[in-house]
Every structure is written in structure tokens, then in C-alpha cells.
Write a protein that binds this ligand. Sequence first.
Ligand code: NAP
Length: 335
Amino acid sequence: MPRLMRAMVIDRFGGPEVLRLAEVPVPEPGPGEVLIRVSHAGVNPADWKCREGWLAPFFEYRFPFVLGFDLAGVVVKAGEGSTGVAPGDRVLAYSKQGQGEWGSYAEYVRASVDGVVHLPPDLGEAEAAAIPTAGITAWEGVFEAGRLGAGQKVLVHGGAGGAGGVGSYAIQLARHAGAEVAATCGPANQDYVRDLGAALAIDYRDGDIGAKLAQWAPQGVDLILDAVGCGSLPRAPEMVRRGDIIAAIATLVADEAPHDAASAAQRDVHIVPTMGNYARSGAQLRQLVALFGKGGLRSPPLSILPLREAAEAHRRVQSGHVRGKIVLRVSGAEA
Ligand SMILES: NC(=O)c1ccc[n+]([C@@H]2O[C@H](COP(=O)([O-])OP(=O)(O)OC[C@H]3O[C@@H](n4cnc5c(N)ncnc54)[C@H](OP(=O)(O)O)[C@@H]3O)[C@@H](O)[C@H]2O)c1
């Protein structure tokens, strides 16, 4: 085992240019943890927000800091008391970066065994690395916050999510639960969201979302999953059936315009702030991976870049309109 590893680190907050390829010590797995050799690391909007320091309210950054929530790879070492996972196992995991530990833009990462999930033979590591953050956040929105069930109607706002991909997974999970789905997206993504299972695709740049939705769901939808935020759906409470739910995914934007609480209260609509929940993530990842195995779930199309191009990956994700989940190849000749 080498004592140093290649990692993409930041030494301060800032733009994509603060990402720097460095050699840093390989972490040691503690009790209940494993060390994973990272094959691929998924890139999410949260990564550039983390790079700019927006996650400071949640944990203390210690520089040099390694970004990256999502990964897939091979277990190389098991810490004391780690059962169920052994060296050589192919896995995916949600890193502890959200708890202030080093993340997945590195050759090795340590992870709690509870959050490590075996990969079935037909699920590749690049595709698996695209799942954790977007998949568990979609799961939270659809099932934990949203309580969506068969026969209900949901609007997935930001349904084409591809850079991170929350909306893409949310559409598929809602369909899997037997719900009917409408989704907003840009003009280039209308066929894409229909192909994922949306019965109605609404171009958010073209006219009145509420009017189009009302034709499809005259009583209002049972759930809005808002994966865009920032005031982009101003009359959302009027689009939801009386007594139902808006699951508002936390964008972490400081001056986020909230949903209209007064209008929601009038209609007894519940606005439920939603984010990935580390404690539940292992169980959710197991279910997500099982759905891949049954062919019910698929990742957005992948764009694979080598780790050294992490800054370019961030520029693309930060643009907010990428189709194609960006995954960094961390191990291997061209990484
Ligand atoms: N707090 C958490 O735990 C957590 C976890 C995951 C994600 N998030 C947040 O959730 C948000 C979405 O994440 P993501 O990974 O799905 O991002 P993403 O893959 O970049 O998707 C964003 C999608 O929003 C669409 N969009 C942009 N402006 C829109 C508008 N005005 N109306 C409707 N759709 C619009 C874009 O569609 P077009 O390309 O078609 O224009 C794009 O596909 C981000 O802010 C992210 O940070 C939070």
C-alpha cells in the first residue's frame, strides 16, 4: 500500500482554478470503516458549492481539503470490526465529505461500512459513481419528504437534472412507485424526460407552467419535487392539491427565494426542506442499486473526464444546464 496518493485538493475557497493535483497521505480506516481504492468519482453541483465554501455551516474545512461525495471502487483494507465487506469487493459509497472528512477526488477514501454497497456484476464503476448524491436526494424527495405512492401525480421541477441528476432519478423513482409524472426542463430535454417516464414535459422557458400543469392535474398534483429552487417556481403552492407537499431540495444558495409560505398555509400545503441524509444513505443506496439490477433505473448519460480535469468538470456543472453526468476517472493510466 503506498503511503501517499494523488488527490485533487483545495487550499482555499475560490473558483475552479483553486483545484490542485497533489500528493497527500493515504487515510487509515478506523473501526467500522473500510479503505476503498477509488475507480471513479461522481461530480455534483454540491462539489463546486463546497469548493466555494458554501458548506462551511455544516462542517469545519481543514486544508488541504479533498472534495467529492460520490465514488465507486474496490475495497483494499477493512478497519477493526468492519463486517460484511472485504478487500477485493467492488463497491459504491457516499463519502464522509459532508462530515468534513476527505472526499472521493482521491485514489483512496475511507468510508463507513454502513454506507458501502456491493456492486452487482453488471453495474460498472463509472455508472455506479453517478448514483449516490443524486440518487439519495431524489429518494429523500420522492419517498421521505414526498410520501409519494401509486396513482398519485408529481411534478419534478428540474426533471432533466443531468450534471448532478436529482431530477432524472426522481422521475424514474416516482414511476417505479406507480405515480404519474410531469417534469419541467429546457427545450432540448423534452424527449429525454419523456423517455425517463414523464407523461408531460413542460418547457420552463416557454409560458405558464401552472396553466399547463392544471390541464394535466386539475385538482393540483400530490407532490412537487423542486430540484431547481431560487424562486424559479413562484406559484408552486397553487399547483399542489390542498393538504399536499412541496419537497424543496436545499440548494444552499445564500439568498434563495423561499416558496410563498402564506399561500402554502392558506391551502394547507406543506413545504418540506429536503436534503441527502447521511444516516439513511446506506439503506437508500442498497435499494437504488437493486433497482439498477432489475433494469428499472438508469443513470443520466455519462461524460467521463480524468481526475486532472476536475476544474473543467466543475466549470461545466456550474453552468447549470449540462446533460450528461460528469464522472471523474480517478485510478488508471489516463486519470
Ligand atoms: N442539499 C442536498 O442534499 C442536495 C443534494 C443534491 C442536489 N442538491 C441541489 O439540487 C439542485 C439540483 O441538483 P442536480 O444535481 O439535479 O442539478 P443538475 O443536474 O445541474 O440539474 C439542474 C437542472 O435544472 C434545470 N433547470 C435550470 N433552471 C431551471 C428552471 N428555471 N426551471 C426548471 N428547470 C431548470 C436544468 O434543466 P435544463 O438543462 O433542461 O435547462 C438542469 O437539468 C442543485 O442546486 C443542487 O446543489 C442539493
